[in-house]
Design a protein around this ligand. Structure first.
Ligand code: KG4
Ligand code: ZN
Length: 362
């Protein structure tokens, strides 16, 4: 039996979890505690890095204690401690990784420095036992990427955003329209009573041979449409949200269908090709149904892990730790690892030139 404690502090969730794996049985999430800092940041309309780091310092000890207690394990029972070491907000990363180093040193356990994106990438193996290779669409407040997941530590980034992340576009749209933070769920709610064909917003990159995403032009189009008809009635806001969501779904479908084709060409022998979605935007019904339909038409399974494992959590970090331990890939010198605010999963694909997002989780 392998048992690993995972710690996640790369953005605005303080999280700890114990995951266990025994023989060929399905892995077991023994505890999974996530404390969201949304209330601390809401007044500022977005995550404030310094507030986030302080909140992690205050909460992390208690969250780890609770995760161990919930799982009914002592530190001595663990095989390793895994902590997110990047990419993300460096203040939070320092808090999580230093705490993990201290616990690992005191308990005499190995320390595994985990890439947060690898946590997202491997979640579908924790929840659905998916076999390699598969395709991952990561759509959150900080990242918008398509990755070919070929094995543990073996990822190819096929597409990324050249400007805003998709969740960020939802959040900025909400802010422009006076809807509260975090914007995604509120845009979705408003869109329910809106007319999706009232505004013809652009479908960024649609038809482009370049595989990447772009959302800043769409955001500008939303701003111009809103400014042109000010003051906005509730119906105007609903119509803008519905039209924005339709444009997003359409643009995503175009980008993802290219990736599905490329997957078929790259991995022709794959028996059950699958597309996995992760990240907060995967909660969006319009986005989800669009992708589901696309997969059905292309003969792909559509795998959407439960939302609480799709958004930031520590079970995915503990699981990545287990996968690395099992493959003999846990860094021997996790204690020397320095947090990395930027840490691409695929070090071969060139960084996106001119990428607008240099902060949080680009
Ligand atoms: O994965 P996540 O919880 O945190 C990270 O950014 O890593 O994703 C949060 C993002 C926010 O931008 C939020 O507005 C967006 O996911 N989001 C949504 C929905 N729920 C959350 N976007 C669209 N529709 C939703 N229902
Ligand atoms: Zn994330």
């Amino acid at each position: 039996m392998i048992r690993v404690l995972g710690i996640e502090t790369s953005c605005d969730e303080t999280a700890a979890s114990v995951v266990a794996l025994e023989g060929d049985a399905a892995p077991k999430i023994m505890s999974n505690i996530v404390l969201s800092q949304i209330e601390e940041h809401a007044a500022f309309g977005g995550v404030v890095p310094e507030i986030a780091a302080r909140a992690h310092v205050e909460a992390l000890d208690g969250i780890i204690e609770a995760a161990l207690a919930d799982a009914g394990v002592a530190l001595a029972d663990l095989d390793a401690i895994a902590a997110t070491a990047g990419p993300g907000l460096v203040g939070g990363l320092i808090v999580g990784l230093m705490t993990a180093k201290a616990i690992a040193a005191a308990a005499g356990k190995p320390l595994i420095a985990v890439n947060h994106l690898e946590g997202h990438a491997l979640t579908a193996r924790l929840t659905d036992g998916l076999e390699f290779p598969y395709l991952l669409l990561l759509v959150s407040g900080g990242h918008t990427q398509i990755l070919a997941v070929r094995g543990v530590g073996d990822y190819q980034r096929w597409a990324t955003t050249i400007d805003d992340a998709l969740g960020e576009a939802f959040d900025k749209t909400a802010k422009m329209l006076g809807l509260p933070y975090p914007g995604g769920p509120n845009v979705e709610k408003a869109a329910l009573s809106g007319n999706a064909s009232r505004f013809a917003f652009p479908r960024p990159m649609k038809g482009s041979a370049q595989p990447d995403f772009s959302f800043s032009g769409l955001k500008t189009a939303v701003r111009q449409a809103a400014t042109a008809i000010e003051p906005l009635s509730d119906q105007d806001v609903a119509d803008i949200c519905a039209s924005f969501q339709a444009a997003v779904a359409d643009a995503l479908a175009d980008r993802v269908s290219r990736a599905l084709e490329r997957f078929r060409e790259t991995f022709p022998g794959t028996k059950n090709p699958a597309l996995v979605v992760a990240g907060g935007v995967a909660a969006n019904r319009t986005v989800k149904t669009t992708l589901e339909r696309l997969c059905t038409d292309a003969g792909f399974s559509f795998v959407a892990p439960p939302l609480k494992l799709c958004t930031d959590n520590a079970a995915m970090i503990a699981w990545a730790g287990i996968e690395r331990l099992r493959e003999g890939m846990a860094q021997e010198n996790g204690f020397d690892f320095v947090p990395r605010s930027r840490w691409p999963l695929d070090s071969v694909s060139a960084p996106m030139v001119g990428s607008g997002r240099r902060g949080a989780k680009a």
